[in-house]
Structure formats: structure tokens, C-alpha cells
Design a protein around this ligand. Structure first.
Ligand SMILES: NC(=O)c1ccc[n+]([C@@H]2O[C@H](COP(=O)([O-])OP(=O)(O)OC[C@H]3O[C@@H](n4cnc5c(N)ncnc54)[C@H](O)[C@@H]3O)[C@@H](O)[C@H]2O)c1
Length: 256
């Protein structure tokens, strides 16, 4: 059996209906996990589930808004025993401090920060009672370096980084590992969405510009993020906790 095998494990993946979350869901199911997709978009989650099922994998879809604690607790209750949580659901916002309204800040906080907290709050007691588990949170290079016009988003990903350390520390004795990954730009609907919303008419130019900000010369593919996620959530990474992994084509260290 591969060291990356997730056979017999149950994984909950938020935002598994699109982009990085979809790639992680497909990858984890291909390694034998029963994948539970938690997504606001039932349509997106169903599309991922179909891809998993047609490859012979096990998957269950839960239409849920991660900002709503009662909904999240009910879903985790329905899932039952849990081995892996991937906090991936997230939304973007482009704007510096002056272009971030109170409503913008609240919206980003509610999904990116409170949403992750809600899943952690529901999942950690289950992992404790099972004798352990693995958590992976989606941070961003925006948590590590200054990115122009990402005030609220950077704030939210900095919080993810800090929550990762807090949970990793507090649950060492419970055999729960908690790490985060910090991608630079990954080509997903998330990126296409903010380009078309914020730079209408300049989509191609902005896509090329954003691609070139990775020293490696392109955006990542969601599948490349899923492979790091698999490693960190597998037993192959059994000595790794409390760490953030940039997966960024050199963005944080080679952009001088
Ligand atoms: N794409 C990138 O360049 C990039 C870079 C760094 C970090 N990230 C992070 O990776 C994660 C995934 O990004 P992506 O690019 O795959 O995004 P995406 O927009 O393609 O997918 C996000 C998914 O989350 C779901 N979602 C949004 N709000 C939700 C809510 N309230 N409740 C439940 N589900 C909800 C959406 O329905 C969607 O299926 C995010 O946390 C993002 O911040 C992305």
C-alpha cells in the first residue's frame, strides 16, 4: 500500500465544489478516502461527486454555508467519525484599506475566518474522541508577504495562519496534526472570477500579469495543490505539525 494511501479514512473538505477543493476531493477519493464535500454550491459539489463516483470513489455531498455554525455542526454530526478536515472554502476581495467597506470586511471574515473556525469547532472534538486526526487549512501567500490591494483577504489568511498554530499547539497531546498551505495564484474559478469582476475588458492582460508574478512563470494547477494536501494529510507526513507550506512557484523567496 502507498504511504499516501487514505484507505479507510473519512475526510471532510469544505469548498470541494470548485477549484482547489475539487482537486483535493478527487485526489483524496482516488487514494481511498470517503470524501464528504461541504459546499454552499450544491451544483458544484454534485459535479465533483460525479467525477469521484465515476472513478469508483466514495463521496457524500452536504450543501452547507460554512458561516452558519448550527448548519456546520449538524453536518459534522451526520458525518460521524472523522479523520481528516480540509478547511478550503474561501472567497476573495480586491481592495486596499480605503476600498474595503465594513460589509466587505464582515463578508470576508465570515467565510474565510469564521467558516474555518466553525469546521474546526465541529471537527476537533470528534478527532479527540477518535484518538487523533489531521487538519489542513488553506492560507495564502497573502498571509506571508505584502500583496497590493488585498487588505481584507490578507487579514483573513493571516488569521488562518495563526489559527493553524494555535490548534496545532493545543491538540498535540490529542494526536491531532494541524498545518496550512499557502499557494500563490492557482488557476481556478476564484481567480477568473476576481479578474472579470475587477478588471473588465482587461481579462487576458491581467491573466498574463498575474501569471508572471510567479517567478516560475505561470499559475499553479489545482492538482499541484492537491498533491501537497495529500502528502500533509497522509501518514507520510506523520512528523509534521504547526507548519505553513508555501506552494508558490518562488513567489515569496525569488521575487527580488
Ligand atoms: N486560487 C488561488 O489563487 C488561491 C491562492 C491562495 C489561496 N487560495 C485559497 O484556496 C481556497 C480555494 O480557492 P479556489 O481558488 O479553489 O476557490 P473557488 O472559488 O474555485 O472555490 C471555492 C469554493 O468554496 C465554496 N464556498 C464559498 N463560500 C462558501 C460558504 N460560505 N460555505 C460553503 N462553501 C463556500 C464555493 O461554492 C466554491 O465551491 C480559498 O480558501 C482561497 O482563499 C486560493
Amino acid at each position: 500500500m502507498s504511504v499516501f494511501s487514505l484507505a479507510g479514512k473519512t475526510a471532510a473538505i469544505t469548498g470541494g465544489g470548485s477549484g482547489i477543493g475539487r482537486a483535493i476531493s478527487v485526489e483524496f477519493a482516488s487514494q481511498g478516502a470517503h470524501v464528504h464535500i461541504l459546499d454552499l454550491s450544491a451544483e458544484g459539489a454534485q459535479a465533483t461527486a460525479q467525477e469521484i463516483e465515476s472513478a469508483g470513489g466514495q463521496v457524500t455531498v452536504h450543501a452547507v454555508n460554512v458561516t452558519n455554525q448550527a448548519e456546520v455542526l449538524a453536518v459534522f454530526e451526520a458525518i460521524g467519525s472523522l479523520d481528516i478536515l480540509v478547511n478550503n472554502a474561501g472567497i476573495a476581495h480586491v481592495g486596499n484599506l480605503e476600498k474595503t467597506t465594513e460589509a466587505d470586511l464582515d463578508r470576508i471574515y465570515n467565510v474565510n475566518v469564521k467558516g474555518a473556525y466553525n469546521s474546526l469547532f465541529a471537527a476537533v472534538p470528534k478527532m479527540k474522541s477518535k484518538g487523533g486526526g489531521v487538519i489542513l487549512n488553506l492560507a495564502s501567500i497573502a498571509a506571508l508577504v505584502g500583496i497590493p490591494d488585498r487588505f481584507a483577504y490578507s487579514m483573513s489568511k493571516g488569521a488562518i495562519h495563526a489559527m493553524t498554530l494555535s490548534v496545532a499547539k493545543d491538540y498535540l497531546k490529542d494526536n491531532i496534526r494541524c498545518n496550512s498551505i499557502s499557494p500563490a495564484r492557482v488557476h481556478t474559478p476564484f481567480v477568473d472570477g476576481f479578474i472579470s469582476k475587477n478588471y473588465p475588458g482587461q481579462e487576458e492582460e491581467m491573466f498574463q500579469k498575474l501569471s508572471a508574478t510567479q517567478p516560475i512563470g505561470r499559475m499553479a494547477k489545482p492538482e499541484e495543490i492537491a498533491q501537497l494536501a495529500l502528502y500533509l494529510c497522509s501518514d507520510a507526513a506523520s512528523f509534521i505539525t504547526g507548519v505553513d507550506y508555501p506552494i508558490d512557484g518562488g513567489f515569496t523567496t525569488l521575487n527580488n
